[in-house]
Design a protein around this ligand. Structure first.
Ligand SMILES: Cc1cc2nc3c(=O)[nH]c(=O)nc-3n(C[C@H](O)[C@H](O)[C@H](O)COP(=O)(O)OP(=O)(O)OC[C@H]3O[C@@H](n4cnc5c(N)ncnc54)[C@H](O)[C@@H]3O)c2cc1C
Length: 506
């Protein structure tokens, strides 16, 4: 009888990409879309991978072990870590575009040809490449492309698509492996997509429930192993990117309103599809041109070389990665170097067009980098940014605020769940104890000012129920209730972790 191929490494030290988390899991398993042994069936390509995930969950429960899905290991928080079984899902990267009518619920009103079934380990780069050659693209992504789709969605990865939201906001269905190795298809009751016959064909239990879907979609590995997601891809378009530098005072008002009229952007008063501001907190006076405004307009597609996979890391494309380069040789000098680094890396650009897969391309991960990111309501953005600048000027550290905007998320614990628009403030910094201290000072300052804020689950955060509740309020209980409704006690334990316990969520 054929069994799914799973390769094991035992007692191996695992580290995340930026070296902020290190752990020795009991086993680190790679799961493959491959059968081994006699009697191989001819089913779908993804079937062995699903069988592998199911077998691992059953094994974890039998051994009273914890189990967690691992994507690209890009999270700076320990969200993906466990001392039990860590499941490397990257080999599970099957992607399929287009659904037959028989697989769809009659209420589905979208474009069946654009429906994309992506296995959990498909990376953002793989998705961009796959979709682009078929005339489609992702509706939005983060600034770069190394995450897996399941990993990205699970922590609420976002870019600055204020009209769309974060990556979880375009997900329509979740195929989850839960306790006992059972598998289910979760979608919203208010937005059914697949037909019961589709679920029967893949052997999954169909669960239609808005509260469950909204909780599960951003659940950082705690609702089971995500085998696949379903989303509607967007017809391919171009993004025309510009970057201009100006005084902080000039951009300040727009940070809380998104009224860009006074900024003299190339499109005038039109709010660009992507609007992002990096601030040098040590150069906020008049004449110091401490604000770097990067913006992108959506344009109709025309053939271009600037497509997914064609971009390597280029200057200014990912503010988080650049400090890692410097920290290798001069960590203590970074605050002094910030101005020349920022001005070199965020050099002016005028109207460079490329596909989204090109604009949000590769990031070269180097050095010991730390990052934290908070979400606030749009109206609170100026006060929150002022808090960060204030802390930096009282306690110099190598970080700086990178500010982006997304439509508020419906996901219960998304850190962007501010309606109608969330402002995200990322603090990419060189890794050091001083940076950690600075993050704590920023969180304390925000709270002292009475600003409600949330923390990105995939970035460094204060792991503490009281602080999480400060940001999310009653949503924490809603999320816990949804988790209990899906998983029995055994499953809740299996899909828990020390980190989840520290957060007061498991
Ligand atoms: C260079 C760099 C740039 C970044 N840029 C951005 C950005 O622009 N915007 C932004 O919002 N964030 C950004 N981040 C953060 C990053 O997007 C998130 O941390 C994201 O979750 C990482 O995805 P991953 O595939 O690496 O998942 P991992 O870090 O491996 O895992 C993340 C979470 O997902 C869970 N998970 C993964 N796969 C599964 C699965 N199959 N089933 C169940 N759970 C699973 C893990 O258990 C974990 O809880 C960046 C990080 C780096 C290092």
């Amino acid at each position: 009888m054929a069994s799914p191929l799973i390769t094991l490494r035992e007692n191996t030290i695992w580290e995340n990409k930026h070296g902020t988390v290190s752990i020795t899991p009991r086993s680190l398993c790679d799961v493959w879309n491959t059968w081994v042994g006699p009697g191989v069936s001819n089913g779908p390509i993804w079937r062995p991978g699903l069988a592998g995930l199911r077998a691992l969950v059953a094994q974890a429960e039998a051994q009273n072990q914890r189990i967690r899905g691992l994507g690209g290991a890009w999270s700076l928080s320990p969200a993906a870590a466990t001392h039990g079984i860590m499941v490397n899902t990257k080999p599970l990267n099957y992607i399929e575009l287009g659904f037959r009518d028989a697989s769809l619920d009659t209420a589905f009103s979208g474009n069946p040809d654009a429906l994309c079934f992506a296995q959990c380990g498909a990376s953002v780069l793989e998705l961009y490449q796959y979709l682009e050659v078929r005339g489609y693209t992702l509706p939005t992504s983060g600034a770069s492309n190394g995450q897996t789709i399941a990993g990205a969605v699970s922590t609420g990865t976002h870019g600055s698509a204020h009209s769309i939201g974060s990556m979880q906001d375009y997900i329509l269905g979740l195929h989850m492996v839960i306790d006992g190795g059972r598998h289910c298809w979760i979608e919203r009751a208010s937005k059914p997509v697949v037909s019961p016959s589709f679920c029967q064909a893949i052997g999954a239990e169909l669960l239609r429930d808005d509260a469950l879907f909204n909780a599960a979609v951003v659940s950082f590995g705690s609702f089971g192993l995500m085998h696949a997601v379903l989303f509607e891809a967007e017809p391919l378009f171009l993004l025309e990117k510009s970057l201009v530098r100006m005084d902080y005072a000039r951009v300040q008002a727009a940070l809380g309103t998104l009224d860009v009229e006074a900024l003299d952007l190339s499109g005038g008063r039109e709010l660009p599809f992507h609007f992002e501001v990096v601030v040098n907190p040590y150069r906020v006076s008049r004449g110091q041109r401490g604000a770097y405004v990067r913006y992108m307009y959506k344009r109709p597609y025309r053939p271009t070389q600037a497509s997914a996979g064609g971009s390597t890391w280029v200057q200014g494309d990912d503010v988080m990665t650049m400090l890692g380069t410097v920290t290798g040789w001069t960590p203590h000098l970074v605050p002094v170097l910030l101005e020349p680094i920022l001005s070199a890396q965020l050099a002016p650009v005028q109207g460079v067009a490329g596909t989204p897969g090109f604009q949000f391309g590769a990031a070269d991960l180097r050095g010991y980098v730390m990052s934290s990111e908070i979400g606030v309501a749009l109206a609170d953005a100026p006060n929150a940014i002022d808090a960060v600048i204030d802390v930096a000027n009282r306690f110099h550290w190598s970080g700086f605020p990178a500010i982006r905007y997304v439509k508020g998320s419906d996901a219960t614990l998304a850190f962007t769940n501010f309606s109608p628009t969330a402002c995200t403030i990322e603090l990419p910094s060189a890794g050091s104890p001083r940076t950690l201290e600075a993050f704590h000072r920023v969180w304390d300052e925000l709270r002292a000012r009475g600003i409600r804020f949330t923390m990105h689950w995939g970035q460094m955060m204060r792991e503490n129920r009281e602080w999480i509740e400060y940001g999310h309020g009653a949503r924490v209980e809603e999320w816990l209730a949804a988790r209990q409704s899906l998983l029995g006690a055994t499953g809740q334990r299996a899909f828990g972790s020390d980190w989840l316990t520290a957060c007061g969520l498991g």
